[in-house]
Design a protein around this ligand. Structure first.
Ligand SMILES: Cc1cc2nc3c(=O)[nH]c(=O)nc-3n(C[C@H](O)[C@H](O)[C@H](O)COP(=O)(O)O)c2cc1C
Length: 319
């Protein structure tokens, strides 16, 4: 695919391959890793505006960042335009350049309370949210799906609404809410949305290889792609797509993730994040399934490092 800079509002990001927000994974260390490997922009996971409003500590922790992160992008999820605006304008986001609004999450408890993809069924409210958040002075992006159900897909209408309400970029997950996370994305829906707006349109969904990214770009005419689950399995997808030379392997990057996470988070968080990341990364490592139980059992960092060495370092004879 053609790699190019992308202008979002008044910010230029170095390339049009983006890392998606992923709850439970896109913490600060993972975002640093993806940027290093070539991702042009990485979002935090979704931050619930109600939890933030009540000063929930775990939610605040999702916003941890440092000066190492050049462009800082986060995502808000919520349904009340006044609260969304209040939070977007709050000090919590002082350091952030970009706030994305989640209009794609299909999870039942969020959907039932009018958040995430439920906003696709109330475009008036969705528009008020964008307009309100825009008052923060931040760059506002919106992540949508092609519709709630496959028999009523509305991506062009939603894209136009986002642009008219002041959004600076849209990411479209090419699946409907009912499809959750499986099935072929509706490339034509992304293409239609792209044809009615001037702001950048990023295509997301079902990219699990370099050819998948190329196909997505060719069939949609999008300005860039956003990778989600596959980046957990193979973070090198960013260097593969951007042709960035990286002299590291999975063992090196996981070891560095342990160091960086331990530096900024407590041991409980580090253990749980690294175990989840490794269980994705080891999917492509043949003959390692048998180590999964041992991975999950490891109770401290040295036990974790020992099993990770067995999984990735090809020295499995140390058993
Ligand atoms: C575990 C998990 C967590 C996710 N968390 C978020 C999130 O916080 N915000 C969001 O907009 N999308 C979230 N998504 C959706 C992804 O960003 C992405 O749109 C979706 O997985 C489709 O892309 P893929 O087929 O490349 O995985 C999540 C998906 C998964 C599987």
């Amino acid at each position: 695919m053609e790699i190019k800079e992308l202008k979002i509002g008044n910010i230029i990001i170095p390339c049009n391959v983006l890392m998606a927000p992923l709850a439970g994974y896109t913490c600060y260390p993972f975002r640093i890793l993806c940027s290093e490997l070539g991702a042009g922009l990485c979002y935090t996971e979704m931050v619930n505006c109600n939890s933030l409003r009540y000063k929930d500590k775990a939610t605040q922790k999702l916003l941890f960042t440092t000066a190492e992160e050049k462009v800082k992008a986060t995502q808000l999820v919520g349904s009340d335009p006044r609260i969304m605006e209040k939070m977007a304008r709050s000090n919590y986001f002082e350091e952030f350049d970009i706030i994305d609004i989640n209009m794609g999450c299909p999870v039942p408890n969020l959907f039932k309370s009018g958040q995430g993809s439920a906003l696709l069924g109330d475009l008036k409210k969705a528009s008020s949210i964008i307009k309100g958040c825009k008052k923060s002075g931040k760059i506002i992006t919106v992540k949508i799906r092609v519709g709630i159900r496959e028999d009523k897909m509305i991506s062009a209408e939603v894209a136009k609404m986002c642009e008219d309400s002041g959004a600076d970029m849209i990411t479209i997950h090419g699946r409907s809410r009912n499809m959750m996370y499986s099935g072929t994305p509706y490339f034509d829906q992304i293409e239609q949305a792209k044809s009615v707006v001037r702001i950048p349109v990023i295509a997301n969904g079902g990219i699990f290889s370099v050819p998948d990214a190329e196909k997505m770009m060719n069939l949609t005419g999008a300005d860039g792609v956003m990778i989600a689950r596959y980046a957990l399995e193979n973070p090198f997808i960013f260097s593969e797509l951007t042709h960035k030379e990286i002299q590291k392997n999975k063992y090196t990057i996981i070891s560095e993730q342990i160091d960086l996470t331990s530096k900024h988070y407590d041991e409980t968080f580090t253990l749980s994040y690294i175990k989840r990341l490794v269980s994705f990364c080891m999917r492509t490592e043949k003959g390692t399934k048998k180590y999964k139980q041992e991975l999950y059992k490891s109770g401290n960092i040295s036990e974790l490092e020992y099993i990770i060495r067995k999984i990735f370092y090809k020295e499995r004879e140390i058993d």
